[in-house]
Each structure stands twice: as structure tokens, then as C-alpha cells.
Design a binder for this molecule. Structure first.
Ligand code: APR
Length: 339
């Protein structure tokens, strides 16, 4: 059990995270911060006053706190619209961001506009971490994943073991689910790794997919595996398409919790995670999804696996996509004084 874990952003993922952190008693204190609802200066003054008093973070924390006797958890909850509740956190889980939402005229912000807004949010998050808990272990979930982790790192420059992005764990969980369904076996029998960036170029590594230690091809024919791998790459979009809003939120939260538990309980667990590469897989200075060992030291080791030629070239392609986004980040941050 840690002394204090902070969750930044009390939206869909943040809500599940706080509830589960409390239920699993992973920290003595769980703090959550979110500025929502935002005060709209165009609203009438009474509406602005109401929005100032409201707090999604406080509301969710109170709701969960009132359930703690039923969970048998004595975890202390702290919540605020401000970042001061993060004071002294040992671990931060970052979900802060603005989703792709339709404007009142029905148009959508471009990817660039969204990245620009989320870089501003991430700048505020980084300032808060620097001010209140600069030694905390950081697990970041917010999208675009690779760019946000890169930005946090650019701003905070923490030791490379203390910052990690959650994506590969979720993508691997999706791959495992689909493989288990196709093979007609328990999900717990399926091991899988999805590497690379958290986007369309991610690489489900078939040579690492095992069912109870046996190669996946023994159970699922190649054409079906190809369809599963393609579905895995688009799995986030499939959920959003059904929900009609936001993004998947339960499986991402569970994935981050699994990573947090590996660190808190010093499990030395091998997972796919977005870690800073310094020459591994031929990459320097980027955050990319690779197999890592998670333990009390955070990202304790990056494992270099011998990929097949086609997996290697797919990973190179994915790294190129991550590099392109990070170059965009560098360009935007260079031009923006706000971050
Ligand atoms: N500081 C802290 N929180 C912020 C800030 C900020 N500067 N700006 C926005 N937020 C909050 C929002 O108010 C919102 O409540 O971040 C929260 C994000 O929650 P949701 O919009 O519900 O999004 P969620 O589904 O939880 O996903 C969070 O993780 O997987 C990614 O794509 C997903 O980037 C998204 C993030």
C-alpha cells in the first residue's frame, strides 16, 4: 500500500480508477483533481456562480466515500477542482484531456487543434506534478498517448524509470480477449504482447502470442488471426462507435490499475508499456510500447525481444508514426508559450 495516489482527471476513466484504487486499498489516501465543470464567461452570472461551486471530482469522491463502509475500505479520499490535493503523492495516474467533441455548429476540431488543446492541458498537469509531487511515479493514460507521455517527459525530465504510458497493456488485453474467443479457451490461458505506438500502426506480435505456453497458430488459423490483429488495431474505435461518445473507459482503467499493482507490490511483471527508449529497438529519445519489467523501481528494465522480420518492419513503421507526432509536439511547444 502506498501513502498517496493522485488521479488527474475525474472523467469516465478517472471515476473507475478512484473507485478501484479505494476498493483494492492501493493507497492510504487517494486524491483526485479535475477543474470541471468549467466556468463559461459567456454564461449569466448566476450560472457562473453555480459552476464555481460544482465539482465533478468532489462529487465522484463523495459518492465513492459514501460506499466505503460497503467496500470495507478505510481509504481517505481528497478531491478538489485545484491541483493542491496532489501534494505529496507517491504515484500519479494522468487521465486529463479533452475528447473530440462536436462544436455547437456540428463541426469537429481537427486532430491538430485537439493535440494543441491537450498539450495545454498536459502543460498544466506537468506544472502541477512539478509543484506538488515531483518524485511521484507517473502512469499516463491520456490520448494521444505517445505524444502526451513525450510532453510530460519533455516538461518534467524525470528519471526514465519513473514515467510510463499505459497503452500496450490495454491493446494486449483486447488481443487476448479476441484470441480466447476464437480458440474457445479461458482468457487467462492467453498471453500476448502488442507493441509500438497506440494507434492504427500498433503491432500485435503473433510470435509472442501463446495459449497455455503453446503457439497460438495451433489453435487459431492464420486468416482468423489476421482478422483478430486488424480488429485489435481498431478496437478503441469499435467501442466508441457503439457508445457514441468519448472513449473506452473500463478496460483502460483496469489496465492502468494492473500496472499500478505491479509497481506497488513489486511484482516484476512483464507487460507492454510505453517507455523511454535509449537505443533499444534502434530508437532513441522516443516513448514507444515495448515489453518492460514493472516493479517497485517503476520501469525496471526494457526487454529487447527478437522479432520476426515482418514484425520488426511493422514496429519500425509504428515508431515512424510516433516520431512524426512527437515532431509535431516539438513544433507546437516551441511555438507555444502557454506550455
Ligand atoms: N487538469 C485536470 N483535468 C482536466 C484538465 C486539466 N487541465 N482539463 C480537462 N480535464 C478533465 C476533464 O474535465 C475531464 O473530466 O479530464 C477529464 C477527462 O475525462 P473524460 O473526458 O471523461 O475522458 P476519459 O474517458 O476519462 O478519458 C481520459 O484517457 O484514454 C484516454 O482518450 C482518453 O484522453 C482521454 C483520457
Amino acid at each position: 500500500m502506498l501513502d498517496k495516489i493522485g488521479v488527474i482527471g475525474a472523467g469516465y476513466i478517472g471515476g473507475v480508477l478512484v473507485q478501484e484504487l479505494v476498493r483494492r486499498r492501493l493507497a492510504k489516501t487517494v486524491a483526485v483533481t479535475d477543474p470541471a465543470p468549467f466556468v463559461n464567461p459567456d454564461d449569466p452570472p448566476e450560472r457562473q456562480e453555480t459552476a464555481k461551486k460544482q465539482s465533478v471530482a468532489k462529487g465522484k469522491a463523495l459518492d465513492i466515500m459514501e460506499g466505503t463502509p460497503l467496500l470495507g475500505s478505510d481509504t481517505i479520499l481528497e478531491a478538489s477542482k485545484g491541483y493542491e490535493v496532489l501534494d505529496g503523492c507517491d504515484m500519479i495516474i494522468n487521465t486529463a484531456g479533452v475528447p473530440r467533441k462536436a462544436r455547437p455548429d456540428g463541426s469537429f476540431p481537427s486532430r491538430e487543434e485537439l493535440l494543441e488543446i491537450n498539450l495545454k492541458v498536459t502543460g498544466q498537469v506537468a506544472d502541477a506534478i512539478a509543484r506538488y509531487c515531483k518524485n511521484a511515479m507517473i502512469i499516463s493514460i491520456a490520448n494521444p498517448l505517445d505524444a502526451i507521455v513525450y510532453t510530460l517527459n519533455r516538461k518534467l525530465d524525470p528519471p526514465k524509470n519513473k514515467i510510463v504510458g499505459m497503452a500496450g497493456m490495454l491493446d494486449s488485453s483486447r488481443y487476448r480477449t479476441f484470441v480466447a474467443q476464437a480458440a474457445g479457451v479461458s482468457v487467462s490461458n492467453v498471453e500476448a504482447l502488442v507493441l509500438g505506438g497506440h494507434g492504427d500502426t500498433m503491432v500485435p506480435v503473433r510470435s509472442c502470442c501463446r495459449i497455455a505456453g503453446m503457439p497460438v497458430e495451433k489453435f487459431v488459423p492464420a486468416d482468423e488471426l489476421e482478422a483478430i490483429e486488424s480488429r485489435t488495431r481498431k478496437a478503441g474505435g469499435e467501442v466508441v462507435g457503439l457508445l457514441g461518445f468519448g472513449s473506452a473507459f473500463v478496460s483502460p482503467a483496469l489496465s492502468a490499475l494492473d500496472m499500478a499493482e505491479a509497481i506497488i507490490y513489486d511484482k516484476k511483471k512483464i507487460v507492454a508499456a510505453c517507455a523511454r527508449l535509449e537505443g533499444e529497438y534502434g530508437v532513441k529519445g522516443l516513448f514507444v510500447g515495448v515489453p518492460v519489467i514493472l516493479g517497485a523501481g517503476g520501469v525496471e528494465r526494457i526487454i529487447e525481444h527478437d522479432l520476426t522480420d515482418s514484425e520488426k518492419s511493422a514496429l519500425d513503421k509504428s515508431v515512424a508514426a510516433v516520431r512524426k507526432t512527437c515532431e509535431e509536439v516539438d513544433r507546437m511547444l516551441g511555438a507555444s508559450a502557454a506550455v
